[in-house]
Design a protein around this ligand. Structure first.
Ligand SMILES: Nc1ncnc2c1ncn2[C@@H]1O[C@H](COP(=O)(O)OP(=O)(O)OP(=O)(O)O)[C@@H](O)[C@H]1O
Ligand SMILES: [Mg+2]
Length: 434
């Protein structure tokens, strides 16, 4: 007797009642629940309806042989092991059964109950293992399914997130474009405002500059007028003396000299002011070689530069042909060279001037350098301001560099930069698109 009590069910199929009963008794003793059938056909039906854990079947039976039953079981109940019971001397049947998929075989009659127990429990172990395996597999599949669901959920969330991010980026881009537009507008307005401000400074400067010569003229002319009135009065009264006449003539001569000189000065100023807004449209635009043109301008200034040496450097393999207003370059170089002569090369020192012409891509770069006495930082900062000059008393109007600035920035759409240090010379870098 076994102490084992299980719910494991074994189906015993045998047409010999005594044999079948003996099996059933022994198995029940071992603690199994036992079902029985006395032929293959009803055995199969019972197996399909009750789904036992293990089948023990005889091989030779009426209606359906054990081999046919085994064949059916292997197909229909692949997880249920079948142990065949064979009579002595039927070894071919056993071999065929094992080929077909029988789990094991037992010879009958069973004389050793331990053998039956061992065979059955091995089969049961196999069943349990298979079940465990199956459960484990199921569990794994479930796990995979769960993970797959979770993954696709997070994928969906990611997709959503991506969408909202894209939308956000679009939105921000739109906002940025708007901000940039606004900035551009503001910049434009600032540029306009600055233009108006410098125009204002220019007008104020013009008024200030003209005030002196015109004021002097007015003083002298008024005084002459007064003298003329006195002169006329004396003449009509017949009181005009010779000395009065000579004195009046002297005054008239002096006044006219002074007035002429100051009016000339005023007129020159007006000419200079006109230059500030150089009217390029009145000059013809044409194709010319910048190197050749620069050489011509420098040659024409020979008389002005005295002993100073001017060197022009350029790349011989480059083409310096441009389509522009040549007069513009005359003014630019004249202003630069005359400035070097008047401001940099003082007390008769013959300095050196170096003009470099470069072609960087489609940009023309002019580097003008002198080795003169340079400028203080304060002067350098204001050099392009209209009316800024350090030589007001000796004829400077302070318009030269402002004219140059306007020509480069407004007419050539370029830039000009001034680098200078006291005693270390001055450098102007002009860049403009070809
Ligand atoms: N090459 C230079 N070296 C030293 N100082 C310079 C040089 N070029 C210009 N400057 C300084 O910059 C000032 C402004 O120059 P700008 O040509 O505008 O006026 P100006 O020469 O004084 O007068 P204008 O050219 O109207 O007769 C000059 O007064 C001078 O102080
Ligand atoms: Mg000047």
């Amino acid at each position: 007797m076994s102490e084992k009590y299980t719910t494991e069910t074994i189906l015993v199929i045998d047409d010999e009642d005594i044999v079948r009963q003996s099996f059933c008794d022994q198995l029940e003793d071992l603690g199994y629940k036992v079902l029985e059938a006395n032929n293959g056909k009803s055995g199969l039906a019972l197996a399909l309806s009750e789904l036992p854990d293990l089948i023990l079947t005889d091989l030779r039976m009426p209606l359906m042989s054990g081999i046919d039953l085994l064949d059916n079981c292997v197909r229909l109940l692949p997880d249920t092991p079948v142990i065949v019971i064979s009579g002595a001397g039927l070894i071919e049947d056993v071999v065929q059964a094992l080929h077909l998929g029988a789990f094991d075989y037992i010879n009958k009659p069973v004389r050793n109950p331990n053998l039956l127990q061992a065979t059955v429990s091995r089969a049961m172990q196999q069943v349990n293992l298979q079940r465990e395996n199956k459960n484990y597999q199921l569990h794994l599949e479930q796990l995979v399914a769960e993970r797959t669901t979770a993954l696709s959920e997070s994928n969906a969330q990611l997709e959503l997130h991506k969408h909202s991010l894209e939308k956000l980026v679009d939105l921000r881009t739109e906002e940025l474009v708007e901000v940039i537009d606004n900035l551009n507008n503001t910049q434009q307005q600032l540029v306009e405002a600055e233009k108006m401000a410098s125009l204002g400074r220019l007008v104020a400067g013009i008024a200030h500059e003209l005030n002196t010569p015109l004021g002097i003229c007015l003083t002298f002319i008024s005084s002459l007028q007064e003298k003329l009135t006195n002169f006329q009065r004396a003449f009509h009264k017949g009181q005009l003396r010779k000395e009065d006449f000579v004195s009046f003539l002297q005054s008239a001569k002096e006044t006219s000299t002074i007035v002429t000189s100051h009016l000339t000065q005023a007129s020159e100023l007006v000419q200079d002011f006109k230059m500030v807004s150089v009217d390029v449209s009145s000059e013809m635009k044409r194709e010319f070689d910048l190197v050749e043109y620069t050489k011509n301008v420098v040659n024409s200034l020979k008389a002005e530069v005295f002993e100073s040496k001017i060197r022009i450097q350029y790349d011989r393999s480059s083409d310096y042909g441009i389509n522009s207003y040549p007069g513009l370059f005359t003014q630019i170089f004249t202003n630069l060279i005359i400035n070097s002569v008047t401001h940099a090369f003082v007390s008769g020192i013959a300095g050196k001037i170096n003009i470099q012409l470069q072609l960087v891509g489609q940009v023309i770069v002019i580097i003008y350098e002198d080795d003169g006495r340079g400028m203080t930082e304060d002067t350098r900062r204001q050099v392009f301001e209209p009316f800024f000059t350090t030589t007001r008393g000796s004829g400077g109007s302070g318009l030269g560099m402002n004219i140059l600035y306007n020509l480069v920035v407004n007419n050539l759409s370029g830039t000009v930069e001034c680098q200078s240090q006291v005693n270390l010379g001055t450098k102007f870098i002009i860049k403009f698109p070809r």
